[in-house]
Design a protein around this ligand. Structure first.
Ligand SMILES: NC(=O)C1=CN([C@@H]2O[C@H](COP(=O)(O)OP(=O)(O)OC[C@H]3O[C@@H](n4cnc5c(N)ncnc54)[C@H](O)[C@@H]3O)[C@@H](O)[C@H]2O)C=CC1
Ligand SMILES: O=C(O)[C@@H]1CCC=N1
Length: 272
């Protein structure tokens, strides 16, 4: 029998996951609740059934899992609408991707005995290449954990952690991380154009280089450090550039500062 998934919020992250789920042959039966009409239509065109609010969910649609992909700022206003699915004969798993929102906060808004998995995904989920990091509360059954794993594997690599306290740092590394890489692509494109290349050509070089380097790092037995050294001839062009990245204004320091800022914001979102 196909598993019933209720997706609440189909913006950037919700839709990225939805695409991963629908492009697989797993046979999930998915209903999407999304108030914004264009996003709702996009979800329907991708293959889900849709409604603008909770009242539009078909009466016989009893979800196995409710995936919550609304902004952290509105989650506590949204969750009470779905309390009814937390208890009864077939209690649903609540799977939240909201940054900074703890499993305990979700239990408080839904039911103290609700099964809750907090997941930090990232947008490469849209092409099945996400990093999906999960923490399950104690009420979650083995079957529900398995269902979450099965669902999230369609979107990418899945890891379970036992310490929810790690989630803020996870958010800062893999949740926000794609934006850092996209920004690096932008910066490398702009630098290429500044160095005299036509803009489109500079963008093509930057994008293919980041893609190729990521794939090489992924498939190689060598560490990123060794791979970096393999590009770097003594006194060559790479060494000249790395003197800048690893010199006075170190890129590693800058990245550490950025990750610390994102971690602090994740903690603050949980307290707001
Ligand atoms: N965008 C990203 O890369 C990542 C986002 N997240 C988390 O995913 C969640 C969603 O973020 P985004 O997709 O970026 O935001 P978004 O703004 O693109 O999507 C949120 C969606 O929720 C909808 N919504 C608002 N009220 C609703 C309600 N009552 N019922 C149903 N839907 C409702 C909005 O119309 C919107 O389409 C956030 O909690 C965020 O922390 C987590 C990891 C990565
Ligand atoms: O920026 C945010 O708050 C969300 C969480 C991780 C990525 N995007």
């Amino acid at each position: 029998m196909s598993r019933r998934i209720l997706l609440i919020g189909c913006g950037n992250m919700g839709f990225a996951m939805l695409k991963g789920w629908l492009s697989s042959d797993a046979g999930f039966d998915i209903h999407v609740v999304e108030p914004a009409e264009p996003l709702r239509i996009r979800a329907r065109e991708a293959g889900a059934s849709i409604s603008r609010d909770r009242d539009g969910i078909p009466a016989d649609f009893v979800p196995d899992a409710i995936v919550i992909a609304v902004k952290p700022q509105v989650i506590h206003a949204v969750l009470p609408d779905y309390k009814v699915f937390a208890t009864g004969g077939h209690p649903a798993l609540f799977l939240s991707v909201a940054a900074g929102i703890s499993t305990q906060a979700i239990e408080t808004s839904v039911d103290k005995d609700a099964a809750v998995i907090r997941c930090m995904p990232n947008t490469p989920a849209a092409i099945g290449e996400g990093m999906m990091v999960c923490y399950a509360n104690r009420a979650t059954t083995a079957g529900q954990r398995e269902l979450a794993g099965e669902l999230l594997r369609r979107s990418g690599k899945v890891a379970f952690i036992d310490d929810e306290g790690m989630m803020d740092a996870v958010t800062a590394v893999s949740g926000s991380g794609p934006a850092y890489l996209f920004h690096f692509i932008e910066a490398l494109s702009q630098a290429g154009a500044k160095a005299g290349l036509p803009e489109d050509f500079a963008s093509e070089l930057a994008l293919q280089t980041v893609y190729g380097a990521a794939r090489l790092a992924f498939s190689s037995a060598d560490t990123p450090s060794t791979l970096r050294q393999q590009v770097t001839s003594p006194n060559g062009t790479t060494a000249a550039a790395l003197d800048v990245f690893m010199g006075k204004s170190e890129l590693a320091d800058l990245v550490a500062k950025a990750v610390a800022a994102a971690t602090a914001r994740s903690i603050a979102l949980g307290k707001a």
